[in-house]
Design a protein around this ligand. Structure first.
Ligand code: KIV
Length: 275
């Protein structure tokens, strides 16, 4: 079975159907997302927070992304796998950016890479895309720039910053990106960008009119309780289900209920060693 390609995703723009992308960080999350027929799995550097327990995505390394992308690739057959280039792996120079993008494709098995930034990284996007590696852009709230922002807040709220964001979106498209994530921006601005671009916009906290939506796996399944952003929706509360199951397991062990004979193995009496 062949995987969904960046060209397929680009063509979703004119299909009239909105599409969903979800993050996946390992074999099991990829298996679950693929069983639910999600067409695009993002190995997001948000794994730094939800899987590795860091406070931001800044400490995530190339080796982390390669390792987790490999897990997601092994857990899926049909979905398109897009993998984040982490902080400082593409900003230094277009050739370093190409080298690292190449690792995610060749070593890890992703089909495309995602990069945060606009005009400032246009040359890097262009170098990667023109060498046969599809690039997804990421604008608005760009968590890798958190130290230069005032926090994880709504971006581009003024006319000047909104106009700058539109220019960044056009620059990302002109550099050769096949889609762009718009994170935490007013929906009115997302609508303008969506209508100006010929590539799909994928929103997270950017309103319903984007061509697609992306959400963090742990947020929509209710697995991550440290912080629940307004832009997410918990479709279930797996954390409570998991805690209740773990508590039951622990008390059944204390009470001698688990393991039962159903969970145990016997040997023929003749084989039981005599003391
Ligand atoms: O790393 C990530 O999970 C992301 C999404 C929030 C778009 O970049």
């Amino acid at each position: 079975m062949s995987r969904i390609t960046a060209i397929n995703i680009r063509n979703y723009k004119n299909s009239g159907n909105k599409f969903a992308m979800v993050t996946a960080y390992d074999y099991t999350s990829a298996r679950l997302a693929e069983a639910a027929n999600l067409p695009i799995l993002l190995v997001g550097d948000s794994l730094g927070m939800v899987v590795m327990g860091y406070e931001s995505t800044i400490p995530v390394t190339m080796d982390d992304m390669v390792r987790h992308t490999q897990m997601v690739v092994r857990g899926s057959k049909k979905a398109h796998i897009v993998s984040d280039l982490p902080f400082m792996t593409y900003q230094e120079s277009p050739s370093i950016a190409l080298h690292n993008a190449g690792r995610l494709i060749q070593e890890a098995g992703a089909q495309s890479v995602k990069m945060e930034g606009g005009e400032n990284i246009a040359e890097a996007i262009s170098n990667i895309a023109s060498n046969g590696i599809p690039v997804m852009g990421h604008l608005g709230l760009t968590p890798q720039y958190v130290n230069a922002l005032t926090g994880y807040q709504l971006q581009a709220k003024t006319q000047a910053t909104a106009s700058a964001l539109i220019n960044d979106a056009l620059a990302v498209e002109a550099a050769g990106a096949y889609a762009v994530v718009l994170e935490l921006i007013p929906k009115d601005l997302a609508n303008i960008i969506t209508s100006k671009l010929s590539i799909p916009t994928i929103g997270i906290g950017a309103g319903p009119e984007c061509d697609g939506q992306v959400q963090v796996f742990h947020d929509i399944l209710g697995l991550y309780s440290d912080f629940v952003p307004k832009h997410t929706k918990q479709y279930c509360d797996l954390r409570s289900v998991a805690i209740a199951a773990l508590e039951e397991y622990s008390s059944e062990v204390s009470d001698g209920i688990f393991p039962s004979s159903n969970n145990s193995f016997s040997m023929p009496p003749s084989e039981i060693p005599v003391d």
